[in-house]
Design a protein around this ligand. Structure first.
Ligand SMILES: [Mn+2]
Length: 241
């Protein structure tokens, strides 16, 4: 019987990195089929300009996700800061379920908060301001009304800009803010959080009002390897993909 629950994030799939796409397709056709559920916590794609984009490798990914959901593995997806335009049409075509930005699941008896992680990086003020704007309906409708080619070119430009922003932004403001982490867990009344985004894989143990809490940070996938956090019963392990 399928028991395992898998968590992955930050694959940043793109045409430029075919090795990661190949690894992910093999994962969907192999390991993921033995899982009860697969949670993809954002930035599956390095850029997403709309569900009408079927340029490579998007079409093959869609087909493989559909095949996985048809074998009985449930797939849940959160938007990341790169693929926040991923929407209903993609989900309908693949049979996956889109989750809200902050969602609490019952993970083998322990309420667990799932997030992409960008909302925790509250020290990066310019990004948070952009995020607010980019999550309004007006902004998204305006973008999605542009021809696909224009959006694809704009995404290339945005990625370049983001690359330079990262280079000149101090590393510590790109990480999760500890106070924001605490407040977010308190707001949801949970003691466990799983997120990605920061590309700093770790399991952090800390206290909230004297109570033990845990924060799992998922690894980004690279050309050489990917990682999945696997929960089975009350135990977890990190699997190299
Ligand atoms: Mn991210």
């Amino acid at each position: 019987m399928k028991q395992d629950i898998l968590f992955i994030s930050d694959l940043h799939l793109s045409l430029d990195k075919p090795a990661i796409t190949r690894r992910f397709l093999a994962f969907l056709q192999g390991r993921a089929r033995q899982a009860k559920a697969l949670y993809i916590l954002g930035d599956l794609f390095d850029a997403w300009v709309g569900d009408d984009d079927y340029t490579p490798p998007n079409k093959r990914i869609r087909t493989a996700l559909r095949q996985l959901t048809q074998t009985g593995t449930q797939v849940f997806l959160q938007q990341g800061n790169r693929d926040f335009l991923l929407g209903g049409r993609f989900c309908q075509e693949t049979g996956i379920s889109l989750l809200a930005d902050e969602v609490v699941i019952d993970l083998f008896g322990t309420p667990t908060l799932l997030m992409h992680g960008d909302l925790l990086c509250t020290d990066d003020l310019p990004y948070q301001a952009f995020r607010v704007k980019a999550h309004t309906q007006e902004w998204q409708q305006n973008i999605l009304s542009k021809p696909l080619l224009v959006r694809l070119l704009a995404a290339r430009w945005y990625r370049l800009r983001s690359f330079f922003h990262k280079r000149k932004t101090q590393q510590d403001i790109m990480d999760a803010n500890p106070d924001t982490v605490r407040r977010t867990l308190q707001r949801h009344g949970v003691a466990r959080l799983i997120h990605g985004h920061t590309h700093r894989p770790a399991v952090h143990d800390f206290d909230i009002d004297g109570q033990p809490a845990q924060r799992f940070v998922l690894a980004a996938w690279h050309t050489q390897a990917g990682e999945a956090l696997c929960w089975s019963g009350g135990n977890y392990k990190i699997e190299i993909i």
